[in-house]
Design a protein around this ligand. Sequence first.
Ligand code: LM5
Length: 446
Amino acid sequence: TIALQHGAHRIGVRTDADMARWRSLRFGQFIHWGVYAIPGGEWKGKTYNGAAEWIRSWKELPHEEYDNLYRQFNPVNFDAQQWASQAKEMGAKYMIITTKHHDGFCLWPSKYSKYTIAASPYKKDLLGPMVAAYNKAGIDVYLYFSIIDWSHPDYRASLKTAADSAANKRFQVFVKNQLAELLQRYPTVKGFWFDGTWDDSWKRDGAFTDELEQYLQSIHPGLVMGSRLRADEKGARHFDSNGRLMGDYEQGWERKLPEKIEDVHGNDWEAVMTVPENQWGYNAQWAGHIKTANELLEMLVKSVSLNGNFVLNFGPKADGTFRTEEQQLMTQIGQWMKINGEAVYNGTYAGFEKQDWGYYIRKAGTDSVYMVVFNIPVSGSLRVKMPAHTSLVSVSLQQQTLTPELIGRNEYFIHLSGKQSDTPVVILLKTTSGENKEKGNFEKAK
Ligand SMILES: C[C@@H]1N[C@@H](C(=O)NCc2ccccc2)[C@H](O)[C@@H]1O
């Protein structure tokens, strides 16, 4: 291994209570909200085909015009209570809110910037009411913070001159001040979700990213922060130059999921996902494929089956309301979660051999294993191969007990009568493990 001062400081997952809590939540709601919701992907009759929250980078929209949009930002229909209750209805256990996206507009009245909600017609802090309402609904809040800040005069993507380096130093102080300010104003938040850390100016100063992470932990012990904040002193990101994960969980799964357990290397991880192909902020024209509730439930279940968290993104309109399609998704997902959430919350990798019908999820620390079925085979028979030294004690589908057919050594078919369902089917396996335990109920049958 390479001697590193600013690489990973921990080998393996975090084992403290704050991280265990993050791990137990499994399902989050991402919110991308800011002045980019005003154009909503369009400008003067033209449609921007990039991500709506990146519209400032579109040559058709002069920076001057974009940077004055805040004068129109007045979310009169914003209702934090309503936001929190619909998130609760969906079954989200945490929420990540964009405090400041790449454009630099702050949803809170930061004393370190003029480009904030305080300068808008709305004037009032948006984050405080959100944090209070979501926490009251039993939902933890994490703060998204973009290091890239297109509005700040000292932001540099790269450092070519001594003047650039001096500006970058001032910018680092600004970042540290804003982060401390957010923790001081919103002490119940559980962590940060950093973004916009790919520029050379950031990744070349691994020492600063290391000191910043340690500083934040020192003023708010237990904070959960993903791998995107950090670089090591050789510019390696997410994984240090010895291949060790930096930060508390792998944060690289943006609009993509791992396929198999080997892909996550025993680390905690989180996937963040959009409903359209690639829109985070509000975009009036939802073009291309819009994911359905069942598709999104499959991503959530697949993530948990591979020991990760899944965060679904929503982009509220400039007035503070959610588009109908997003409201309907929250309702539909919530209807399934209300009945089947026990298979998701506190879910972990089960250690069973993957089958085509869907995913296994183990309730953390127990012998209860859920089968979440997305693909009922034409035979109606779900194959279950028990891991070595693990026996099957009982099988149930809701309140109904099922009797599997033993088809081989510790291998079964679970026959689904009726066979069809338009939402995922959840079956609960009670198992026993270990050599010396008595055999499962069904093996005696032979
Ligand atoms: C969570 C999303 N991250 C922002 C983004 O720029 N993603 C594109 C991107 C993803 C990975 C490396 C560079 C750029 C998007 O605007 C969202 O905020």
